[in-house]
Design a binder for this molecule. Sequence first.
Ligand code: ATP
Ligand code: MG
Length: 598
Amino acid sequence: MQESGTSDPGLSGYPVIRKNRESLKLPPNLGDYEQERASFSWDKARTLLDGLPDGRGLNIVHEAVDRHALGANAGKVAIRWLGKAGEQRDITYRELYEETNRFANALKALGVKPGERVFVLMGRLPELYVAMLGTLKAGCVASPLFSAFGPEPIAVRMQLGDGRVLVTTPKLYKRKVAAIREQVPGLAHVLLVGEGEAEGEGLERWDRAVGNASADFTIAPTDPEDMALLHFTSGTTGRPKGAIHVHEAVVAHHITGRYALDLHDEDIFWCTADPGWVTGTSYGIIAPLTNGVTSIVAEAEFDAETWFGILERERVSVWYTAPTAIRMIMRMGDDVARGRDLSALRFMASVGEPLNPEAVIWGEQAFGMPFHDNWWQTETGGIMIANFAALDIKPGSMGRPMPGIDAAILRRLENGGVETIDEPMVEGELALRKGWPSMMRGYLHEEERYRKCFIGDWYLTGDLAQRDADGYFWFVGRADDVIKSAGHLIGPFEVESALIEHPAVAEAAVIGKPDPTVGEMVKAFVTLRPGYEADEAMRRELLGHARKKLGAAVAPKEIDFRENLPKTRSGKIMRRLLKARELGLPEGDISTLESDEK
Ligand code: ATP
Ligand code: MG
């Protein structure tokens, strides 16, 4: 392990969290970051995978399931499913192999052709996993939909994605699909999982179609560039986009699982994300399986008691979750983990939104280890920037780029080009040099929108960031959310993090509100921890606290208290919605908004 030589704590001002052998329970897969960065190549990463037998190409599911099922891991538990009502089902790699073979055979029997789209709309049931993986085996394209979507978002996505097959439950079909069926004329087959009745054209029972199919299947030759997954973005900034990913993406899923999540053979891994979002597929399904570990799949939604029960009882060793869940747990106070046996836990990571430095540090207090923030997008298909197990953490920084990933801060030029900003801590657009395996290959049916993401060799992410002298990246905000106030560019994240440091504040969201003198005025929406009063005295105290931390130019001028903040179903604060409501403007696409906010 190297000394990473980090001295400057960077933006947040929090002390650096040093890593050394004693603080790590296992030697990290990525022990020497600099050396691995220097010698890494994607071709080399590809050699960690097997490829289809006889040089027939590369298929995600061969790497995730078949090679384990037909080798030493056959009897190992691939997925431990924990049902809402306390049920448990262990699915070994061998069983997953057979089940996914049956599913692929069932698609074939229905006449579904390679390349056609199979949508999956259901809670985190075992069949969801079988359907996603079996679809890829059959050479079809899998598109997971979050089960809490209403009829309209389902229709829009299935139309855009040309859905041919839908796998769902009778209940969801009746409640959400029956009424919009006519809007998706190409939908020929619906496979119904579980109990209950439903009526409509092309309805088939899973038990019959899949249950009776043969457990033998040979994956057809698969070109690494064949389309595999269609993922819709979270819709935080506007209408969700359908990002196209190909089988080659598995090269990135696998190596990021090893390096950024530090997966080791003996790990019990729990990714809390729903496969309806890219995290729940890339890291809730593919990466743990290609790495041959045991994954926990919990059907229940977030509830602190249940979650701690899972961490403890299942002896989870690597936990991948999201800031919104971490903040919810933080609200409960420092001793939430006390009395729990979490001795198996050795690595915690977070993604989806900026992780406030306060939360990183709190991990150490409550769990005896920090949260490792990492950054990526639906479009990037896998983790791009991360706090790696062996590297020191600067709380509030999203870490350093994966080996093989060239990340830069860019400035746009008037001639339409870009230049890299090399001075440390200067804000610009976060960009990645094209060419990693899990990069999206397009936004489905939106050529122009896709084309606009690229300038020259660079993919522009739409996020603003800074890089410090040690090569750590700091998230500033989404380009759309950045506030221009009296000549300053203010990133909402910095202001929100300062507010969260106040003991009364549970969550904060900051927007720019048009103002005749300063252009945009900083306004904050705040939720309080239990036991604090949302009154005028509190407002004044928080305004003062922020001014002291941030200075008058950056601190919010207005604070409103809220019971809840509007969030996407993937748990991201929707600042654009707060802004639209504040200004009385149309709300735009709210298909991914959590229903209690609608
Ligand atoms: P849409 O593109 O539809 O507006 P979205 O960008 O929220 O939605 P995702 O692809 O799910 O959809 O999210 C990726 C975005 O989430 C990133 O571009 C970034 O803004 C944010 N994000 C993810 N991880 C982090 C992180 N660790 N720190 C800061 N921001 C993050
Ligand atoms: Mg986005």
